[in-house]
Design a protein around this ligand. Structure first.
Ligand SMILES: [Zn+2]
Length: 336
């Protein structure tokens, strides 16, 4: 078996994938039709141009249009199911999926019904593909910490399968510190904590995030790679980084593979996972993420398997589930 075939066969865990960002082009066309939207896209080819981003703000505009196409709570069942089907095709065995509740509540959808719909998709996919999945709710910085608190109220009322919170969305102009109370409350509620940081803005926000939000994991963290002291602090505090390499190239968070900080993170003792973020929107999937690291940054199969094990170790699974998944991954790896 070639190295590339082994990499595809590796057991994997996805820590950072947006359910909306996982909508397949053909499913987006279905959503446009089912929602009666007037958009100039009729074929998958039409969407290629739509998905060609110039930068991170442009990506967010496209992402918002896709969000507009979700007009019924039941839409989430199909997109969650298909997200997990695609993950299973890359031998991903557990997914921690992101869902931006307020994006839909402000458009008039019911939070509780969406959570039910997501969980229906998860249960069907678990049965059909053997992949498990938990939910992380993104408070989305653009709405401000007041809405963040309202979203925490919603989670308090109905937390079915919701295990963590995050703050994503626009970064520049939205410093992390105002979310301090939201993170404190989330921890009190027994939720795990993550923050998208150092993707669309500089290292100052990463410092502020570490100091004031103290999350268990940071999404992307690219800007931290330019500051050895910051990387040392992140390693010392045991904060893990969810790296999303192809996404970082596509949004321009890094200019080239050579600039990508993932190796520097590992050299500084930071535990890193590799993730696909918004797979169809970036023309990627988990196999491709691992393959690109092999092809462009020289990661060996053993190094990639270690990243996969780290992803289990820093996941939000319960300790027993982590231990058994690690054992299963190792046994599977030895058999490849
Ligand atoms: Zn993300």
């Amino acid at each position: 078996m070639s190295a590339e075939e082994v990499i595809k066969a590796l057991p994997k865990l996805e820590q950072h994938v947006h359910i909306v960002g996982s909508i397949r082009p053909e499913t987006f066309l279905w959503l446009i039709e089912d929602s009666g939207m007037d958009l100039p896209y009729e074929t998958v080819e039409d969407l290629e141009e739509f998905y060609d981003y110039s930068d991170f703000p442009h990506f967010l505009v496209v992402y918002s249009t896709v969000n507009d196409s979700i007009t019924r709570e039941r839409h989430y069942e199909r997109i969650t199911y298909e997200m997990m089907e695609s993950q299973a095709a890359c031998n991903v065995q557990h997914v921690e999926a992101l869902f931006s509740a307020w994006d839909h509540v402000r458009r008039g959808l019911d939070y509780g019904l969406i959570v039910d719909s997501i969980n229906r998709g998860i249960r069907r996919a678990e049965r059909d593909f053997g992949v498990t999945c938990t939910i992380r709710v993104d408070l989305v910085r653009n709405y401000g910490p007041g809405i963040g608190m309202k979203v925490l109220d919603l989670i308090e009322e109905k937390g079915d399968n919701v295990v963590a919170i995050d703050t994503g969305g626009s970064e520049l102009g939205y410093p992390p510190k105002p979310y301090r109370e939201c993170y404190r409350r989330a921890r009190e509620m027994g939720l795990h904590t993550v923050a998208h940081q150092g993707e669309g803005a500089g290292k100052d926000y990463v410092w502020e995030c570490v100091e004031h939000l103290d999350p268990e994991r940071i999404g992307h963290g690219v800007a931290a790679g330019r500051d050895p002291e910051l990387m040392k602090l992140i390693a010392r505090k045991g904060i893990a980084i969810e790296s999303c390499p192809v996404s970082n190239l596509r949004t321009g968070a890094v200019g080239s593979w050579a600039e990508h900080p993932i190796r520097r993170f590992i050299e500084h003792g930071i535990r890193v996972s590799v993730n696909s973020d918004d797979p169809p929107m970036f023309g990627t999937d988990m196999n491709n993420e691992y393959l690109q690291l092999h092809r462009n940054l020289g990661f060996t199969v053993d190094e990639l398997f270690q990243i996969s094990l780290n992803s289990v170790e820093t996941s939000f699974l319960e300790p027993e589930a982590k231990a058994s998944m690690s054992r299963r991954f190792t046994a599977e790896y030895e058999k490849i």
